[in-house]
Design a protein around this ligand. Structure first.
Ligand code: GDP
Ligand code: MG
Length: 166
């Protein structure tokens, strides 16, 4: 099995930490390739039955200028051109205003999509539950997983779930 996966989410939600964590399990090649003006991290994961390319996107946000508009356009386009979208947010207990645009995009998207609610080590169980409920209603996710990318909580199942969709 093989496929492209794009990892989207606002800055600091833990995209890079998650990718590093998933990559850490196996021998891997990590490359930093400059794209337009920002660095996108593309990580190639290989094991006995899969090759997966993780694309760490710069995010989807309100553009401030032409360059920003172009980058947001590229990020949106990529959502329909990959095999799976992993959307990451944090378990704060409410829908973060910075997630509104991406949730709108995900709503109409046919590409399989996962919701990862990260940093569950930092928030109460109530907040985690509330976050799962609110985001789960905001778009139709194929899988919803509360995790701690930093502590490696619930992360062990992600790759197996990902392979189901490739
Ligand atoms: P990115 O901007 O989405 O790539 O986020 P990073 O992976 O760079 O993480 C941003 C910050 O959040 C870093 O200081 C990470 O150590 C921290 N972080 C990431 N995942 C977790 C988590 O599960 N729990 C906690 N407490 N911190 C985390
Ligand atoms: Mg990052």
């Amino acid at each position: 099995k093989s496929g492209f996966i794009t990892v989207v989410g606002r800055p600091n939600v833990g995209k890079s930490t998650l990718i590093n964590h998933l990559m850490g399990a196996k021998l891997s090649i990590v490359s930093n390739k400059p794209q337009t003006t920002r660095k996108n991290m593309n990580a190639i994961y290989t094991d006995d039955d899969a090759q997966i390319i993780f694309v760490d996107t710069p995010g989807i946000h309100k553009a401030k200028n032409k360059l920003g508009e172009y980058m947001v356009h590229v990020a949106k386009e990529s959502l329909s051109q990959v095999d799976l979208v992993i959307f990451i947010t944090t378990a704060s207990g409410e829908i973060h205003p910075g997630d509104a645009l991406i949730l709108e995009e995900l709503k109409g998207l046919k590409t399989p999509k996962f919701l990862l609610v990260n940093k569950i080590d930092e928030f109460t169980q109530d907040r985690v539950a509330k976050t799962l409920e609110l985001y789960g209603k905001a778009a139709e996710f194929d899988e919803i997983i509360p995790i701690s990318a930093l502590k490696g909580k619930n992360t062990e199942d992600i790759l197996a779930l990902v392979k189901k969709y490739l």
